[in-house]
Design a protein around this ligand. Structure first.
Ligand code: CTP
Length: 410
């Protein structure tokens, strides 16, 4: 089975020496069944001819916005609408800058603005250009906008330098494109497709004063793994993240809500509770916060300082009380008597499942990429997972949740 059968891909080719590789790329994409419409920039035509790409794609090649051959249509709009994916390979520093700032001064940049299809770019340029702050900040803008990157490889560049900047090989690009469509298919037909999943992650921040706070060691990794995996299984995900060690996933289909305190998280979660199918509270929420958060930095004075702490709202307990068919999963991070406390929390907070871990075990708990968990429902133990990656924990838990929540009607 050809991996790109039935897919329409716009291949944007920009003017770098790597443009010569676009011929092999066009050919391989076409061989995998894709309908490839090439748009070249004027500089790309200095490196490779339209005729080559037309012969390989068996399609007309576009480069001039104003050379409309069919009076009944406008090419850049038609192409933009028809695309399942717009791939720019090679992408020069120039097109990256134009995309970042919305400049539309030729056929390719105009099409990139007009399309609502996913966009993927494979940068290729001199190593110093690749590291230039302007290029880095433009790439950052695109990354945050959901553009997907096919990172350049390292090696001998055409300019003579050895470093990062060489266009990824056509075979590798075709593989990334194939995986992208396979993932898209999973999202359409995955076990969580059409379901709304809310996930909380990270440790809440309870302010003492403008420069000091109380928090905990939660890295956010377990919550991020759950968000990415739920998305890959087809869910529409809202990720409510407090303080985390790494940047949260920015995949399309994951809506990120940043919060600080337990109170912020409570409000963010409650706002989405009615309209949610599955909610997973992976965040480590502070149980207490300072009674008052000082407006200005607290000055050093006596030998001791007493902070009065007051209880925060237990978010999970509030959700459990307000449950109307939603499937609710909590975590129990314990340092002993894990099973006893986990079962107690499950009952007390009216949860459907609880994921318990002993955070003192090597390879489990805060900050690691792995975890060792036991999952309980009201009847008892349902999953006993050995030391595995947090991604795998997420897969197993979400598979179980998908099965069980399927019977729930809202
Ligand atoms: N939790 C919450 N709101 C709080 C405290 C905890 O929603 N104010 C949630 C956490 O997100 C987690 C679960 O409750 O999913 C268990 O958190 P944990 O700190 O282990 O439990 P607590 O109920 O706080 O119990 P204890 O601190 O006594 O162990």
């Amino acid at each position: 089975m050809k991996s790109l059968q039935g897919k329409t891909i716009i291949l944007g080719i920009t003017g770098g020496i790597a443009a010569y590789k676009a011929a092999a790329l066009t050919s391989k994409l076409t061989q995998q069944g894709a309908e490839v419409h090439v748009i070249m920039t004027a500089s790309a035509k200095q490196f490779i001819t339209e005729l080559t790409l037309q012969s390989l794609s068996k399609q007309r090649v576009y480069s001039d916005t104003f050379q409309e051959r069919d009076p009944s249509s406008i090419s850049h709009i038609d192409l933009a609408d028809a695309a399942d994916l717009v791939l720019v390979a090679p992408a020069t520093a120039n097109i990256i800058a134009k995309m970042a700032h919305g400049i539309a001064d030729d056929m390719l940049s105009t099409t990139l603005l007009a399309t609502t299809a996913p966009v993927m770019i494979a940068p290729a340029m001199n190593v110093h250009m690749y590291q230039h702050p302007a290029v880095l900040s433009n790439m950052d803008i695109l990354y945050n906008r959901g553009v997907q990157f096919i990172e350049p490889g390292e090696g001998l560049l055409a300019c003579g330098y050895v470093g990062k900047g060489r266009l990824e090989e056509p075979e590798a690009i075709v593989k990334v494109v194939g995986n992208f469509f396979a993932l898209q298919q999973d999202r359409k037909s995955g076990p969580l497709s059409g379901r709304k999943v809310v996930i909380t992650a990270g440790g809440t921040v309870e302010r003492i004063d403008p420069v000091r706070y109380i928090s905990n060691d939660s890295s956010g990794k377990m919550g991020f793994a759950l968000a990415r995996t739920a998305r890959a299984m087809g869910a529409e995900v809202t990720l409510i993240a407090a303080r985390t060690d790494e940047a949260p996933p920015r995949d399309a289909g994951i809506t990120l809500v940043r919060v600080q305190s337990a109170q912020d998280m409570y409000e963010a979660v409650m706002e989405r509770w009615e309209d949610c199918d599955i909610l997973i509270k992976a965040a480590a929420v502070a149980d207490y916060r300072p009674r008052q958060s000082a407006e200005s930095k607290i000055k050093k004075s006596g030998d001791t300082l007493t902070l009065e702490l007051v209880k925060t709202t237990d978010i999970l307990e509030s959700l459990g009380k307000a449950k109307k068919g939603q499937f609710l999963i909590g975590f129990a991070a314990e340092t002993g008597d894990t099973e006893f406390y986990a079962k107690d929390k499950l009952a007390r907070k009216n949860l459907d499942l609880i994921i318990a871990n002993d955070v003192t075990a090597a390879g489990a708990g805060f900050g690691t990429d792995t975890n060792i968990v036991k999952v309980y429902d009201a009847e008892g133990l349902v999953l006993d997972l050995p030391l595995i990656s947090k991604d795998e924990v997420a897969r197993q838990v979400l598979r179980l949740a998908a099965e069980r929540a399927a019977g729930v009607s809202l």
